[in-house]
Ligand binder design. Structure first.
Ligand SMILES: [Zn+2]
Ligand SMILES: [Zn+2]
Length: 320
């Protein structure tokens, strides 16, 4: 049983379980669908709400009465949102708050068959730049305390449409997991993520590094082949990165997705960005291949059983 670096969180590494038959679900991430009826494809912009941000070669704009064409990324409010700017009043039962917030869908590429693990350097750099811009826009809202940016790739990872896209959910609260982290960070004389990035760069859990980022298989890996990207120099959010930092983040993300794609034959996965507008928080991006469903033990204990030791995962991801 392994304990998280600085939190009361555990996982059990049980390599024997790897031998179990049909242990993994490795369904291909993408599914074929028709670009003509895809609401995320160029030409079908009218099928979505107007974009709050459209990225073209001319710069960033938004949809007016006419939809902007020739974009390379666009973001609009989700038609089926988890949170909205004008929510229903809270219920009187128990404690319930108004789920006020913003829920955006970010189309990362006009290419219907685009696959982030095959994205060019330029496409990856554009992607992280869009993430930074949308984060900066939403975190500036005084009612917003946390901005979740995440990607679901493949049906088993929760994607309902195959055209590559990410989502942003801006919340009026800081999620409990982040509050616990902040508590531990405040108690620590030095940023625990800074120590972690430094230590893991010298460990057998390192997969890739460039000047500003490390890509690691974390010591406490909840799922097989989980990876994290961490800045080596302290930065609390994407807003703390300079242009060179964004380029290197794009490179690290590309390495992570390409290596995972090759080793696991195009798995479904989720990735998410953790960041807070607090100077002591440390930006991190976590990638979870969707290879095993949450079972009863995990739901009962909050402790994950992982059949692939992160040291093995890191070696395989390094060598692939
Ligand atoms: Zn499409
Ligand atoms: Zn730090």
């Amino acid at each position: 049983m392994r304990r998280h670096y600085f939190l009361e969180e555990y996982c059990i590494i049980a390599a024997e379980r790897r031998k179990r038959p049909s242990n993994f679900r490795r369904e291909r991430g993408t599914e074929t669908s028709d670009p003509r009826t895809c609401p995320f494809c160029p030409g079908n912009e009218e099928m979505t709400p107007p974009a709050v941000a459209v990225y073209t070669d001319e710069g960033v704009g938004s949809d007016g009465d006419e939809r902007v064409r020739n974009w390379w990324a666009r973001s609009f409010l989700n038609l089926y949102p988890a949170v909205t700017a004008e929510p229903l009043p809270p219920t009187k039962e128990w404690v319930a708050d108004r789920a006020r917030g913003f829920h955006e869908v970010i189309i990362e590429s006009p290419d219907h068959d685009g696959d982030p693990s095959k994205f060019s350097r330029q496409e990856l750099e554009r992607l992280v730049t869009v993430y930074r811009d949308r984060y900066a826009c939403r975190i500036a809202d005084p009612g917003v305390k946390f901005v979740s940016i995440f990607k679901n790739w493949g049906r088993v990872a929760g994607a309902s449409l195959s055209h590559t896209h990410s989502q942003l959910v801006a919340l009026p609260i800081v999620p409990p997991a982040l509050l616990r982290e902040m508590e531990a960070i405040r108690e620590s004389p030095r940023c625990p993520y800074c120590s972690l990035a430094e230590r893991e760069a010298a460990s057998d859990r390192l997969i890739f590094e460039n000047d500003q980022f490390v890509l690691i298989a974390p010591f406490v890996s909840e799922v097989p082949y989980e990876t994290w990207i961490l800045p080596k120099e302290h930065a609390s959010s994407l807003e703390g990165l300079d242009p060179r930092g964004l380029e290197e983040l794009a490179e690290a993300l590309g390495e992570a997705l390409r290596r995972q794609d090759r080793l696991l034959s195009g798995p479904a996965y989720n990735y998410s960005i953790r960041q807070l507008p607090h100077p002591r928080y440390h930006l991190n991006l976590r990638i979870h291949p969707a290879m095993s469903a949450l079972a009863g033990f995990e739901k009962n204990t909050g402790i994950f059983i992982n059949s692939v030791p992160p040291e093995v995962a890191a070696r395989e991801l390094r060598e692939v």
